[in-house]
Design a protein around this ligand. Structure first.
Ligand SMILES: *Cc1c(COP(=O)(O)O)cnc(C)c1O
Length: 464
């Protein structure tokens, strides 16, 4: 680790960070008072900070480092592409080899009815493209009034104006005058929090039928599409009841609206299939992708487009007045292509289904026995545990949501585990290459942190 010797002391890095760097989704005053944790190195599923602390990255960065850190094949491919052609655009009737190869590979991996891709720089940009694309599609079909996109409360679709509008996070809408027009939100299929006395199956059906009611309320001739994550990630790893998606699919089949599956987290193996849509047996018209597409090694996103939409578009759309300077960036495409080759050659997706996911489900599920845990759930390699003072009632704490979650997260960092909190829900999304021994370590550390959190909550009178 000789290169670390060249770094200034942590305190100096933190001071400069505080002086000049505005962080995303961060209370800057609060952060600056504490100083940022500075991550300087990573390998496999582990991170090191500038103080030399080693941490198991239970979040794969931000749900993205699916093949783990330090994969030289990706680094070499990006380096070679940098030398050959570091940049060219795809606007003016030009293309380049890496974007062509990646588009072909994505068409091959995607479900059979999907054979086209529009590239973007991130998941948020991909969802901006989605809004433009579905409205332009319906206009091209002679239905310019089909504009409304139905989304869900507590969904996450990114942080640009359109992405945050599609998302259903009210604290995000509150800043910046969102949502933009012609986007509405229905209730989410979050049984643990909102299911009350219903069985998960009844609740899943009820929440799916909210889509039908919303289409009726708006008028089918006004509705362009429904967008949802197969599993809600940032909302707290909300795994829908098994009844939910089949009913959504039925409604979308019966009504003339497009179905958009936001695969930014679920795509590329997270659920044990290439796409979450395959895990839930749904047939989307559009699939925004990003994150695991390049395992986060370089920024890239896109929208996978079904034949129905692509053909309508190509036949009747004229020029699509939309695109990004970095749509199909050659170096990002080369990195993504190599990442997909690693996933394929090492059978990582099927290994998630046959080994890692069942092993995680068993071990993670045992955390459900902890006195502080109301529910432990996982699907593929995403999981959540719900902190509660009252297991039977699935009750929240008698203080502001997130108080207990934050205590737990801080214990995790100190224990050498990165686990994120969404309110009082602790969530994980580890690299897909995590071994069984590393899963044992993750769950063992999580259990230790729950013990420490419980002791703190008892001391504060929040758990009796
Ligand atoms: C992260 C995320 C996005 C936004 O992606 P960015 O690359 O952060 O812009 C969109 N949709 C989902 C489901 C996500 O998890």
């Amino acid at each position: 680790m000789t290169f670390m010797a060249n770094l200034p002391p942590t305190a100096e890095l933190q001071q400069k960070d505080a002086a000049h760097h505005l962080h995303p989704f961060t209370d800057t005053a609060d952060l600056n008072a504490k100083g940022a944790r500075v991550i300087s190195r990573a390998e496999g599923v582990y991170l090191w900070d500038t103080e030399g602390n080693k941490m198991l990255d239970g979040m794969a960065g931000l749900w993205c480092v699916n093949v783990g850190y330090g994969r030289h094949e990706i680094i070499d491919a990006a380096t070679r592409q940098m030398q050959q052609l570091p940049y060219y655009n795809t606007f003016f009737q030009t293309s380049h080899p890496p974007v062509i190869a990646l588009a072909e590979k994505l068409a091959q991996l995607a479900p059979d009815h999907i054979n086209h891709v529009f590239f973007a720089g991130s998941g948020s940009e991909a969802n901006d493209t989605v809004v433009r694309m579905v409205r332009h599609y319906w206009a091209s079909q002679g239905k310019p009034d089909k504009k409304v996109i139905i989304s869900r409360k507590n969904g996450y679709h990114g942080s640009t104006m359109a992405g945050a509008s599609l998302g259903g996070m009210s604290f995000m809408h509150a800043q910046g005058g969102l949502p933009i027009p012609d986007i509405t939100h229905i209730d989410q299929p979050h049984w643990y929090k909102e299911g009350g006395d219903m069985s998960p199956e009844e609740f899943g059906l009820a929440r799916a039928r909210a889509l039908e009611e919303e289409i009726d309320r708006l008028g089918e001739d006004k509705v362009a599409a429904f967008i949802a994550e197969p599993i809600q990630g940032a909302g707290g790893v909300v795994i829908p009841p098994e009844t939910y998606w089949p009913e959504i699919q039925r409604i979308c089949d019966e009504r003339e609206i497009l179905l958009i599956a936001d695969e930014v987290i679920c795509g590329f193996g997270r659920t044990g299939q290439w796409f979450g849509s395959q895990t839930y047996n749904i047939k989307p018209d559009l699939m925004p992708i990003a994150k695991g597409l390049s395992s986060g090694y370089l920024p890239i996103g896109g929208v996978l487009v079904s034949d129905r939409v692509a053909e309508g578009f190509i036949a009747d759309g004229g020029e699509f007045a939309h695109g990004y300077t970095y749509s199909g960036h050659p170096v990002a495409c080369a990195a993504a292509l190599t990442n997909l080759e690693i996933l394929e050659q090492e059978n990582i997706v099927s290994d998630v289904a046959s080994r890692a996911a069942p092993y995680l489900a068993e071990k993670w599920g045992q955390l459900g026995d902890h006195p502080l845990i109301g529910q432990a759930r996982s699907k593929g390699l995403v999981g959540a545990i719900e902190l509660t003072p009252d297991k039977a009632a699935r009750a929240p704490f008698a203080v502001e949501a997130g108080t207990a979650g934050l205590i737990c997260r801080e214990h995790c960092f100190a224990t050498g585990l990165v686990m994120r909190h969404v309110g009082d829900t602790m969530i994980i999304s580890p690299p897909l290459v995590i071994s069984n021994e590393e899963i044992d370590e993750l769950v063992e550390k999580a259990g230790r942190c729950l013990d420490l959190t419980l002791a703190d909550l008892k001391a504060q009178g929040l758990y009796k």
